[in-house]
Design a protein around this ligand. Structure first.
Ligand code: HEC
Length: 172
């Protein structure tokens, strides 16, 4: 025989709403009180681009061209990522109004790509990835305007850890 409370629609609804609210508070409200998310790191400050700077414009090109479909920007605390550089922390994304973390890694992770190559290499690689990697599936971006290419290179070169983060110092 069913318990009387199981038939009480008010109690069922109240319970469902309570569980839903716990979920909402846990995922949408509590993060506002988490200082590791709400404190920009030294690396985040480097990526706080001035409006209309080359880096800010390059970031728009990066989004428009869909580079993020193939490239992530997040170094995970796992062995496979250990050679990429410092592990990403939430505060690194403080100023990223559209965070470009992503999950797909058809191409390499670009979190710290600015410390791996010269601007000249970046420019040439964008124009013709196959020149450097035989059979690369990365599209040629030689159709972009010179301005867009220069801005995109400026953005890619800005993707590097702040000196404090590189040294592994606290407060990055
Ligand atoms: C279809 C998937 C794809 C897209 C889209 C794509 N890439 Fe790539 N990318 C790759 C692959 C695969 C590699 C590795 C081989 C190579 O370097 O060509 C790569 C390599 C790179 C590298 C060198 C990374 C390293 O550490 O060696 C950079 C920088 C890069 N891409 C930037 C970009 C930018 C900027 C865009 C957008 C304008 C873009 N990619 C779009 C697939 C892609």
């Amino acid at each position: 025989m069913a318990n009387q409370s199981e038939k009480n629609i008010g109690a069922l609804l109240g319970g469902a709403i309570a569980v839903f609210m716990i979920g909402i508070i846990g995922t949408c409200v509590l993060p506002f009180f988490d200082s590791s998310i709400n404190t920009p790191t030294a690396t985040a400050k480097l990526k706080n681009y001035l409006p209309n700077s080359a880096e800010a414009r390059g970031r728009v090109v990066y989004i428009k061209e869909g580079c993020y479909w193939c490239h992530s920007q997040s170094v995970r605390p796992v062995k496979a990522d250990s050679k990429l550089g410092p592990v990403s922390v939430p505060g690194d994304y403080y100023y990223d109004k559209i965070p470009l973390i992503m999950t797909q890694r058809t191409g390499p992770d670009l979190t710290w790509v600015g410390s791996r190559y010269s601007p000249e290499w970046q420019y040439e690689h964008l124009n013709n990835p196959q020149k450097f990697y035989n059979g690369s599936i990365m599209p040629k971006y030689n159709y972009l305007s010179e301005q867009d290419k220069k801005d995109l290179v400026a953005y890619l070169m800005s993707l590097k850890p702040a000196p404090a983060a590189k040294a592994g110092a606290a407060g990055r």
